[in-house]
Design a protein around this ligand. Structure first.
Ligand SMILES: [Zn+2]
Length: 296
């Protein structure tokens, strides 16, 4: 999926860097992140420090925002433990209630998580994280090491931004978001959309409700984007699996209008369900999207 890159974001960058950045981002394989090798190559062409370069990339990440309600473009860049570097941007869906919004920090972190990362080293954001995002990040497995960088500020730790925090330990929960353990739900099928949704369920983080769940979305072009549920100790900042899948689809340069079908799969014995919200959000995007529901 070819992505366009605005020339205004390239004009202050060294020529060789702008050329390589354009080449990577306009290739069909680019889905919104740089492999560690690509990133190090770009960084060496930038003549900047790692922090300076990530700050320079933020305006490009922010162009990925889908923010038809606020028109407020937030960009985030998360580096996973592999060294891969992931874009994130805020998502608002017109017609859908605001609590279904995805914030840029949630976008970059869940993007990295869906690519198999088991931790975030640092996150760079063009606006100060809101309280919701501070709480969302407090669920991460390596929260004490996480570095948070904003323009014109020193690097923060989450404890600087969220002192005296409430988190999983207050509910006696030991698992954390991005822990690498997988659930072992089984369902025999050769339908790729179902398989991807079940893989997403097996990666989900739902220690408070046991609603292990995943969503896959298929597009007109036949691509499948899958998202896992990311639950939070404070409940409200939980990120539903549909949003995690929509986020991957938008960051890859696809359009919501191109979704043709969806699969939601969830644990039948969880203490809540995503079915009603998934149906209503998909309905707002396009009433013709078919939703298949599996309860395991
Ligand atoms: Zn936020």
């Amino acid at each position: 999926m070819t992505q366009h890159i605005h020339s205004e974001h390239l004009k202050n960058l060294p020529e060789a860097l702008a050329a390589q950045l354009t080449s990577i981002m306009q290739s069909d394989e680019f889905t919104g992140y740089f492999s560690a090798t690509q990133y190090q190559s770009l960084l060496s062409l930038s003549n900047m420090t790692d922090t300076e370069f990530k700050l320079a990339l933020l305006p490009i990440a922010a162009t990925r925002a889908y923010c038809g309600i606020s028109n407020f473009h937030v960009g985030a860049i998360a580096e996973g433990s592999s060294g891969n570097v992931y874009f994130g941007a805020n998502i608002e869906i017109p017609g859908v209630q605001l609590n279904q919004t995805v914030h840029a920090e949630q976008s970059a972190i869940s993007h990295a998580w869906m690519h198999g990362e088991d931790g975030i080293k640092n996150i760079t954001i063009n606006h100060t994280p809101c309280g919701h995002c501070r709480q969302f990040m407090n669920e991460l497995n390596n929260v004490d090491q996480l570095s948070i960088q904003l323009p014109n500020r020193p690097a923060y730790k989450l404890a600087d931004l969220l002192p005296d925090s409430f988190g999983p330990k207050d509910l006696d929960i030991s698992s954390r978001l991005m822990d690498s353990q997988r659930h072992e739900y089984q369902f025999t099928t050769d339908d790729l959309a179902q398989i991807k949704a079940i893989q997403a369920l097996n990666q989900s983080h739902a220690p408070y409700t046991q609603n292990h769940s995943g969503v896959s979305l298929q597009t007109q072009a036949g691509d499948i984007f899958a998202g896992s549920y990311a639950e939070n100790a404070a409940f409200n900042p939980s990120l539903p699996p549909l949003q995690v899948a929509i986020n991957l689809l938008l960051l890859a340069g696809e359009k919501l209008e191109h979704i043709t079908s969806a699969v939601l799969v969830e644990n039948a014995n969880g203490s809540m369900s995503h079915l009603a919200e998934t149906q209503s959000t998909l309905e707002a995007i396009n009433p013709d999207i078919t939703l298949e529901y599996l309860s395991l």
